[in-house]
Design a protein around this ligand. Sequence first.
Ligand code: GDP
Ligand code: CA
Length: 315
Amino acid sequence: MVLKGDLQVVALAGGVGGAKLVYGLAKTLPPDRLTIIGNVGDDLTLYGLHISPDLDTVMYTLADVANPATGWGVAGDTQHMGDMLRRYGEMPWFMLGDKDLATHLLRSQWLAEGHTLTEVTRRLSQGLGVSQRLLPVTADPVSTMVDTVELGILAFQEYFVRHRWQPVVRRIWYAGIETAHISRAVAQAVEEADIIVFCPSNPMLSIEPILAVPGMRERLRARKGKCVAVSPFIGGQAVKGPAAKLMREQGIEPTPAYLAEYYGGLLDGLVIDQADRELAGQVTNLPVLVTQTLMMSSEDKVRLAGEVLDWVGRL
Ligand code: GDP
Ligand code: CA
């Protein structure tokens, strides 16, 4: 597809699901037309290091160094550091590859020197040769928290990685979000965007902690461009991870109609999977594009990105 003029595209993305569409967009658009706004609610401090798993997944994807088997981490990475931790009697539950570790070391060092997460992410991306702009939604600390039936309150990665998202979640919140600010770069990117795409990321764990940063929803509502979301649900299930389970635990059915309602006034259109074709009619407030949203191969990612951009251009 050919994108006319100098149209600017902004993608909101969490981790693995978001990065799949980001990959397709990056292969479709010139790098200076694509900005990714990333989630920081998953960030954690481990062994004194600041780790930003969602930003890294997107950054490694854009740098073409992502591990194809997992979708996160660096391709061909080794686990010598983890082995050494075990010799000390540690039971590492959050895998940090040896190459991956360099990212966390530098991020932590640069943050300690007083640089913002926005600046640190720019320097890391630049170092890996990424020429698209990757912006954490905020440079302020935000931590996704869950209250679970079995284990009480857990920090996000404790729930997600350590307990493999098995506990039943009663409540989700984003600690620190009330006092967080969207960065100036994020505000400007949204303002200037001709097309905004919510990638098929977890609505409650990846997209909401982006939207809930004060100022973000207002900026999106004031957009000049078109905004569409790609559903992460196929046939009422998440392709991977807890998105559908988590929503059902909150009493919500993960349907296109729910997403259209939930994202409310922010969207101009919703992209859903062909498996959900018969549910499209339940979406009464938005145009719907029904297509194959399952992205298994690189070709799937590029094709979906092209279809979404083409469709937005016709809205
Ligand atoms: P995480 O931060 O690594 O959990 O990743 P995201 O929040 O960005 O993405 C998780 C979501 O991606 C899940 O809800 C999945 O259903 C969705 N997802 C993963 N792969 C695909 C895909 O190929 N197509 C669609 N439509 N959704 C996907
Ligand atoms: Ca994530």
